[in-house]
Design a protein around this ligand. Structure first.
Ligand code: SF4
Length: 349
């Protein structure tokens, strides 16, 4: 474990300006450093050749340009998915996934170490939440994936370990930095943020007016079942969640993506598809049906292809657009949290 120093990627440009002004440096230093850390992904201050050497030396002691170590890397048999386990400065670890699509390359990042939301379909929550990530630690995942793969990422998905809206301020700062001209300049339309339904924060996010895609992990269209699968439903049940979704679409003009993992004999009957169609009828949305990746500690099984087809056709009969998510990397512990979980169980962390 190394001693923690300030990760400069935890700042936005204004905060960098204040930081350098406190060091007695002119304001343009902040722009120079922002370009190095956010845009060029410099791994050390020594690389920042347009800074005076005295300043570079001071920064070596005071701050870190941020970096993660690669603890594990798994490549799927088809080569379309690479999963990373990254080590953080305090000995913790998080997962990120690089995925190749027809439309570009996306990286799915984590926003917390573990998660406290307790969703029954997810490995990330099995050991509870350890801590939230800083904005710089989120940003570093994107840069580390780019650096290792040599690939420029076009899309970002906040769907790894953690509930992004349970780490709201850091997540929003990360989003602004990654979208900024001094950063990776990734458009909000190329960013998807997934939530299990933290309603007050969904409303707050709507107020930011980022035109990103909000993905809501629904998994059930009736409260009794959703209370079990996604426990935050006990606090914010479906009618309140649907109002928040409607509010979000009204404020941002973006439709919601509802994530629905099909579990054999649990939520995959034609009746449940009818109920789902009724629930989302008034909301501009798209439904993503997910072939469930079994998690060792849970008893759920994935639905058969016939059941998935039937479920989708019921939705379509009601005019609701639904797609079945392309399976990526099932052979590499691709479900959220499985790689870190295995490392914890095998006492590698
Ligand atoms: S699905 Fe997301 S919100 Fe739910 S426990 Fe897993 S990481 Fe947390």
């Amino acid at each position: 474990m190394t001693e923690q120093v300030i990760n400069l990627k935890d700042f936005n440009l204004e905060e960098l300006e204040n930081y350098f002004s406190a060091l007695g440096e002119p304001p343009y230093r902040a722009r120079q450093v922002a370009d190095w850390i956010f845009h060029k992904g410099a791994g050390s201050f020594a690389d920042m050749t347009n800074l005076p050497s005295g300043l570079r030396g001071r920064l070596e002691h005071l701050a870190s340009p941020g970096s993660l170590s690669i603890l594990k890397r798994q490549v799927s048999s088809r080569g379309d998915t690479v999963k990373y386990l990254f080590g953080l400065h305090d000995g913790q670890a998080v997962e990120s996934v690089l995925m190749h699509h027809s439309y570009g390359r996306s990286v799915c990042i984590s926003t917390q170490v573990g998660c406290r939301m307790g969703c029954r379909l997810c490995a990330s929550t099995l050991g509870g939440m350890v801590r939230s990530l800083s904005p710089g630690e989120m940003y570093d995942q994107v840069l580390a994936v780019q650096k290792d793969s040599g690939i420029r990422v076009s899309h970002i998905v906040l769907m790894g370990s953690g509930e992004p809206l349970d780490n709201y301020d850091s997540t929003v700062k990360f989003l602004r930095n990654v979208n900024a001209a001094y950063g990776l300049n990734i458009g909000f339309r190329h960013i998807t943020l997934s939530t299990c339904g933290v309603v007050p924060r969904m409303q707050q996010l709507a107020g930011e007016c980022f035109p990103l895609t909000l993905a809501v992990s629904l998994h059930a269209a009736e409260n009794r079942l959703r209370d079990k699968l996604v426990p935050i439903n006990r606090k914010y049940p479906l009618d309140i969640l649907m109002q928040a979704c409607l509010y979000y679409t009204g404020k941002t003009g973006r439709r919601i993506t509802f994530e629905y993992a099909l579990l054999s004999g649990v939520n995959d009957s034609p009746d449940q598809a009818e109920r789902l169609a009724g629930l989302v009828q008034k909301i501009p949305c798209h439904i993503n049906l997910i072939p469930f990746n079994p998690v060792g500690e849970r008893q759920y099984k994935r639905s058969s292809p016939e059941k998935v087809k039937r479920f989708r056709s019921v939705l379509e009969q009601h005019g609701i657009e639904a797609t079945v998510r392309r399976e990526l990397g099932a052979d590499i512990d691709a479900a959220c949290g499985q790689l870190r979980r295995r490392a914890v169980l095998e006492k590698e962390l």
